[in-house]
Design a protein around this ligand. Structure first.
Ligand SMILES: *Cc1c(COP(=O)(O)O)cnc(C)c1O
Length: 383
């Protein structure tokens, strides 16, 4: 197999059998495909931990952002108000989505990577009774931080507000169980930790919320309540479904189950991260985040301070060795990211580290230590 490994947060490297599952055409109205849609939804609701039958899964065509927009536009009433908890690009995108659709919101912006904490969420809710919903990002993929959703959920629920979670890059590998965190809705997509190919996202929401949400949506196609009621009635998606992507996803779900579900998948990604981070640190690289906040999804490293280090060159040297890495997204210091998710294991991660060592040698970089400014920036996390 000559393809490079995608050390990126999705699209990611998928299993051969997942790709193979796409070698067949399906009629979207056909009973076989309707059964596939039902199976997909049933398995995802089960993965969410709903044993009481309170939640429904509604798949939506498009990339993950389409589903975030659909969730916000459908579940937040037109006269509702959302508290957005942002510490990176995806939190800010949720705020931008609300702005575009004309929903009221207020923003707690923690910058590049500081986690929003339960106490400040509680304070913001106490200060503004108009807030009806809170949206939290589970793993903020732009820094790789795993946000403390349990303490955020406790603050939101104790104040009688509703919690929406963007668990796009975490669901399927990091526990998010409705019996522990009874959210109103959460959203994820096919091409992240379940290891499918891109083409749809899904919203898992309380059925009572979906029933109450009729007529809220700002959009015809991004109406989760309408999609849900059509699916309940006909078993079909309202508009052309990504049939091949659904077939691939069912195979991805089979592999997920085989690996031991969320716990098994999470364990492999954690091992990937630990092996990769230890190896990179041994080369002198430093992570943006302290171990406590490191997700098993993606890790941000500071660019080395050495004058010979040029990210574009490093990228090409890694690619030549079969690894596609990811540029950083921090505003203050230069960084890059390495993903831990997708069809790969610790042996691959060891090769990633070896490739990084060779790339540094090729560039004539004898120390991967970051600049002092990066360390000063990181000290803010501890403050
Ligand atoms: C991937 C991702 C999204 C969705 O991004 P798309 O490019 O639209 O698929 C949203 N939120 C988070 C946290 C993500 O990681």
């Amino acid at each position: 197999m000559g393809e490079p490994f995608l050390l990126t947060p999705g699209p990611l490297t998928t299993a051969y059998s997942v790709k193979e599952a796409m070698l067949r055409d399906w009629g979207s109205w056909d009973g076989d495909f309707r059964a596939m849609t039902k199976s997909l939804c049933d398995q995802l609701v089960e993965m969410a931990g709903d044993t009481a039958g309170d939640y429904a899964c509604v798949p939506m065509q498009g990339s993950g952002s389409f589903s975030v927009e659909a969730m916000l536009g459908t579940l937040v009433p037109r006269d509702g108000k959302v508290l957005v908890l942002a510490n990176g690009a995806y939190g800010l995108r949720a705020a931008e989505t609300l702005r575009v659709m004309g929903r009221a919101f207020t923003l707690i912006n923690k910058g590049d990577y500081l986690p929003p904490r339960g106490e400040e969420v509680a304070r913001a809710l106490d200060a503004d009774p108009a807030i009806t919903h809170v949206i939290a990002i589970h793993c903020e993929t732009s820094s790789g931080i795993l946000n403390p959703v349990a303490e955020i959920a406790a603050a939101v629920l104790s104040r009688g507000r509703k919690l929406l979670i963007d668990s796009m890059s975490a669901f399927g590998a990091v526990e998010l169980d409705v019996r522990q965190i009874p959210y109103e809705a959460m959203v994820s997509s096919a091409n992240k930790c379940v290891e499918g190919v891109p083409g749809f996202g899904f919203v898992i929401a309380r059925k009572s919320a979906l029933e109450a949400a009729k007529g809220n949506a700002h959009s015809l196609s991004l109406d989760v309540a309408a999609q849900w009621s059509a699916m309940v009635k006909t078993g079909q998606w309202r508009f052309t479904p990504p049939t091949h992507v659904v077939a691939a996803f069912l195979e991805a779900l089979r592999l997920h189950r085989l690996e031991g579900g969320v716990a098994g998948r999470g364990a492999r990604y954690t091992r990937n991260r630990d092996v990769m981070v230890a190896g990179m640190r041994a080369l002198g690289f430093e992570t943006l985040l302290a171990d406590r906040w490191l997700s098993p999804i993606i890790v941000t490293f500071f660019n080395p301070a050495h004058p010979n280090f040029v990210f574009d060159r490093f990228y090409e040297l890694m690619k030549a060795r079969g690894f596609i890495i990811y540029p950083g997204k921090l505003t203050v210091v230069d960084s890059f990211r390495i993903g831990c998710i997708g069809r790969m294991d610790e042996h691959v991660m060891r090769r990633v580290v070896a490739a990084a060592a060779e790339a540094l040698a090729d560039m004539g970089v004898d120390s991967a230590a970051p600049p002092a400014a990066a360390i000063a920036e990181r000290a803010k996390l501890a403050a």
